[in-house]
Design a protein around this ligand. Sequence first.
Ligand code: PGA
Length: 255
Amino acid sequence: MARKDLIAGNWKMHADHLEAIQMVQKLGYRLDPADYDRVEVVVCPPLTALRSVQTVIEADYLPIKLGAQNVHWEDQGAFTGEVSPPMLAKLNVSYVIVGHSERREMFGDDDAVVARKLRAVLGAGMTPIVCVGESLDQREAGVTEEVIGGQLHAALDGLDAATVAGLVIAYEPIWAIGTGRTADADTAAAACGYLREQVRGTWGEAADEARVLYGGSVNPGNVAGLMAKRDIDGGLVGGASLDPDKMAALVRYWV
Ligand code: PGA
C-alpha cells in the first residue's frame, strides 16, 4: 500500500545528446543510495538522447529510470517520423508520458489518441505517466473537476484494476506549466485527491497504489510543501529538471 514517491524530469525539447549525457552524469554524482531508496528518480530526455542516457545509466549503474516524452500507438509501419512502444522498450525505457497538455494543445493528442497511446505503452511493458489538467479559463469557470475527471476516465476506462494500480497519473494545471505560477499545495492536493477518488470510484483499492503526481512550476522552493500532502506522490517537473542541482534538490526535498 505504501506508494513510493516519484520525481520525473521532463526535459521537453531541450538538450542534445551530449548535453543530456552531462546532465544525467551530474545528477548521478549528486544523489546517494538513500535518495533512490526513498524516491524513484526518472528522467525523460528528448528522443535523440534516449540511447545516450540509457548507456550512461547502465554503465554507471545509476538507479535512475529512463522515460520517454511521447510515442506512437502502433508497433511498426508506415508512420514517418514516429517511434513505437517496442522501440522505446528496447532502450530500457520504463515510463512514457502520455496526454501532456503541450501535446494535447499543439499536436492533436485528443482523449482518443491518449487512450490508444496509453494502451500501447502498457502493451510494451512500460508504465504510462498520464497527464490531465485544466486551463485557466476552465478553472475560473469552476469546471476543473469535470475536465480532469473526464480526461482521466477517457484515458483509463476499460482497464482492469490491477493495471490501474500500476499507473502514474499527473495532475498538471495548464496555467501552472512553465509559468512560474505553481498551484499552491492545497489546490494541487485537492485536485490530486479528487483524481484518486475518481480512481477509487471505478477501480476500488487500485486508488491506494496508483501514484498521483503534481506538475506545474515545481521547484526546490515549493517541492517540500507539495510533497507533504498525502495525495501528492511526487512531481512531474519541466524547467527545474534541466539543472542537475535543482533536480537533485527536488529528489532530496525532505533534507
Ligand atoms: P514546468 O513543466 O515544471 O516547467 O512547469 C511541467 C511539465 O510540463 O511537466
